[in-house]
Design a protein around this ligand. Structure first.
Ligand SMILES: [Zn+2]
Length: 272
């Protein structure tokens, strides 16, 4: 995994026979009361080392574009203008900065149905962001999001209910917990595996150290905790990397076991 270009809103990596571009959509500020400790309680005091911005946790929001030069897939799409604060919706700028033409995107893979992942399919002016869109892969449990503003895209939704190969380097793997249809995408290049793991971790400064800590919006807390534990174990294998929707932008990292948890190593300097 080698960084080959970066800017304010993107970072592009060579990953064997593939190119992976992290696209920064922006950030979300959330109160620390969203966190749940091992007993399901909120924290009276956060452990040291968890930074706050104006009293809030600041979560990066990333999407990922993967191409082999012929076939391309965009994983997640950011929030467009569908959020109460205007801190997201930068993905269109990020695509332009990375010189990725939105009209080349035929396949979008969504990790789950929350606004910061799916809403970017529609631009702030109400039109489709990807005019040549043919397929939107999303967990079968999360397809109900395609109503209202997203209704025009419903006819291209491909529900994922079991592990399925999208192409010869991308596999969708259901990992329910954060949402019923939460799905991760295994990007398998000639040099290893990169797991675009959606919302498996929300607060990287805490949840690698303490993987049992959950997030208020995990729809099934224990299932989310188990899914995270399983993935973290897998990711300690050689040549395995993470592309995290809420890891600090650009959000490409690897982990090693450390104490009762893991230590995280980012593979590129921060952007944004
Ligand atoms: Zn999210």
């Amino acid at each position: 995994m080698r960084l080959i270009s970066s800017g304010r809103h993107h970072a592009t990596f060579e990953f064997g026979n593939l190119q992976v571009t992290s696209l920064r959509d922006g950030y979300i500020d959330m109160p620390p009361t969203r966190l749940r400790d091992e007993d399901g309680c909120t924290f009276d005091e956060l452990p040291t080392g968890v930074p706050l911005a104006g009293g809030n946790l600041r979560l990066s929001v990333n999407a990922f574009f993967v191409t082999d030069g012929t076939r391309s897939v965009l994983i997640d799409t950011g929030a467009s203008d569908n959020w109460h604060d205007p801190t997201m919706g930068l993905i269109y700028d990020a695509l332009a900065e990375a010189k990725i033409d939105p009209t080349q995107i035929t396949d979008v893979a969504i990790t789950h149905n929350h606004e910061d992942h799916v809403s970017g399919l529609i631009t702030p002016d109400g039109s489709e962001a990807f005019t040549k869109l043919e397929r939107v892969w999303i967990g079968a449990g999360d397809t109900s999001v395609f109503t209202g503003r997203l209704e025009p895209i419903r006819d291209r939704v491909v529900p994922v209910s079991e592990q399925v190969a999208i192409n010869d380097w991308l596999t969708a793997i259901p990992t329910p917990g954060h949402t019923p249809g939460h799905t991760i995408y295994d990007i398998n290049s000639t040099t290893g595996h990169l797991l675009a793991w959606g919302d498996t971790v929300h607060v990287p400064t805490l949840q690698f150290d303490r993987p049992n800590v959950t997030w208020e919006f995990d729809s099934n807390q224990s299932q989310a905790r188990t899914a995270r534990a399983t993935l973290l174990t897998q990711l300690t294998r050689p040549h395995h990397f993470i592309a995290g929707a809420h890891l600090d932008s650009p959000g490409i990292a690897r982990i090693t076991p450390s104490g009762n948890g893991y230590s995280l190593e980012y593979l590129a300097p921060p952007i944004g």
